[in-house]
Design a protein around this ligand. Structure first.
Ligand code: DGY
Length: 328
C-alpha cells in the first residue's frame, strides 16, 4: 500500500519531522520564506495532509484544489490564516497547538510590559549608541512602576490567564474583559470583570490576548486609546491588526498613553519606514511570543501528532473544529 503524502510548509524541529516520516512520505519546504499561494495550492493538491503555520494562507481556493486532504495541522494556536469554516464544511479536521505555548507567550508579553514600563529598550539603545556619559543621575531614566498597579487583561484564554498569574506575582490588581465571564477564575485568581471602557480607563497596563477575527480587527483604535490613562502601557502579543497602528502612533506621539510593548505589528514584518519605529516609547519584538526552545519543540511535536492522527482517521489531540466528527 502506498504511504500517505505530507507537505510541511517550513523546516520544523527534527524530532517532529521524524515522527511524521514514520507514518508518511514527507516533503518539507526548504526555504525560510513561505511557499507562494500558487505553490502551496499545488503542493496541497498532491498531499493527504499539510502542516502549516501562520504565514500560510489556507483558504477556500486551496481547499477546493486539494480534495484529498485528510487533515490540516497548524503549528500555532492562532488560526486567522486558515478558513476553518470552509474546512469544516468539507469535513477536514484542523489541528492546532493550544496548551503548550501559553506560558512562553505570557512570559514574552510580561517581558514587553516590563520593558515598556521601565524603558529597557530605549535605555539599551542609548547605551549601545555610546551615550552613557554620566554614571547615575537621580532624575534620569524614570519610568512607571509595575508592582501594585492595575493590569487589565483583554481576552481570558490560556495566555490571558497566564498573564493574570504573572500579574499576581507582581502584586497587581487584576481586571479582565472577555466575551464570556469566568466566575470560577474570578474567584481563583482574584480577577474582576469589567466592560471594555471601564477596563481601559482604570488599568495602568492593558494587555491584549484576543484572536484576530472580523470583530477584533482594530478592536483598539483612537477612541479606545483615548480612554486609557496618560501613564498607561498597552501590550499586544496577540495579532497586529487587533490594534489600529496609525491611532497607536498618534497616541504614543501625543502622550495619550505612556508606552507600548508589541510582539506583533500590522503588517509583519514592520516596514523599515513605519512611523512607530521613530518613537522611543515603544518596544517591538518580531513575533517571538512562543519562541522558546521548549515551547516550539512542544508545538512541533503536537502538530506532528495531530497530523498523524488525521492521516489515520483518528480524532486529533487538539482539534479546532471538532464538529467535523459530529457530522452524520
Ligand atoms: C500562535 O501560536 O498563534 C503564535 O502567534 C505563533 O506561535
Amino acid at each position: 500500500m502506498s504511504r500517505p503524502k505530507v507537505f510541511v510548509t517550513r523546516r520544523i524541529m527534527p524530532e517532529a519531522l521524524d515522527l511524521i516520516a514514520g507514518a508518511a512520505d514527507l516533503e518539507v519546504w526548504p526555504d525560510d520564506e513561505p511557499p507562494s499561494p500558487a505553490i502551496l495550492r499545488e503542493k496541497a493538491a498532491g498531499a493527504d495532509a499539510i502542516l502549516t503555520n501562520i504565514m500560510d494562507r489556507v483558504d477556500a481556493a486551496l481547499l477546493e484544489a486539494a480534495p484529498g486532504l485528510k487533515v490540516i495541522s497548524q503549528l500555532a494556536v492562532g488560526l486567522d490564516n486558515v478558513d476553518v469554516a470552509e474546512a469544516t464544511r468539507r469535513g477536514v479536521p484542523v489541528g492546532y497547538t493550544p496548551g503548550v505555548l501559553a506560558k512562553a507567550t505570557a512570559d514574552t508579553a510580561f517581558a514587553l510590559l516590563l520593558a515598556a514600563a521601565r524603558r529597557i529598550g530605549e535605555s539599551e539603545r542609548w547605551v549601545r549608541n555610546g551615550h552613557w556619559d554620566l554614571a547615575f543621575h537621580p532624575l534620569r531614566w524614570l519610568g512607571v512602576d509595575v508592582h501594585d498597579k492595575t493590569l487589565g487583561i483583554v481576552g481570558l484564554g490560556q495566555i490571558g490567564l497566564e498573564m493574570a498569574r504573572r500579574g499576581q506575582g507582581f502584586d497587581m490588581k487584576l481586571l479582565y474583559h472577555s466575551r464570556t465571564r469566568h466566575p470560577d477564575l474570578e474567584a481563583r485568581y482574584g480577577l474582576a470583570y469589567a466592560d471594555l471602557p471601564t477596563l481601559l480607563a482604570e488599568s495602568d497596563f492593558v494587555s491584549l490576548h484576543v484572536p484576530l477575527t472580523p470583530e477584533t480587527r482594530h478592536y483598539i483604535g483612537a477612541a479606545e486609546l483615548r480612554r486609557m490613562k496618560p501613564t498607561a502601557v498597552l501590550v499586544n502579543a496577540a495579532r497586529g491588526p487587533v490594534v489600529d497602528s496609525r491611532a497607536l502612533y498618534t497616541a504614543l506621539k501625543e502622550g495619550w498613553i505612556y508606552a507600548a510593548g508589541l510582539d506583533v505589528t500590522d503588517p509583519e514584518p514592520i516596514p523599515a519606514d513605519d512611523p512607530l519605529l521613530t518613537l522611543e516609547n515603544v518596544v517591538i519584538a518580531p513575533h517571538i511570543g512562543s519562541a522558546s526552545v521548549a515551547a516550539r519543540g512542544a508545538m512541533c511535536r503536537l502538530a506532528a501528532r495531530n497530523l498523524i492522527a488525521g492521516l489515520n482517521g483518528d480524532p486529533l489531540e487538539r482539534c479546532a473544529n471538532p464538529e467535523v466528527y459530529r457530522r452524520n
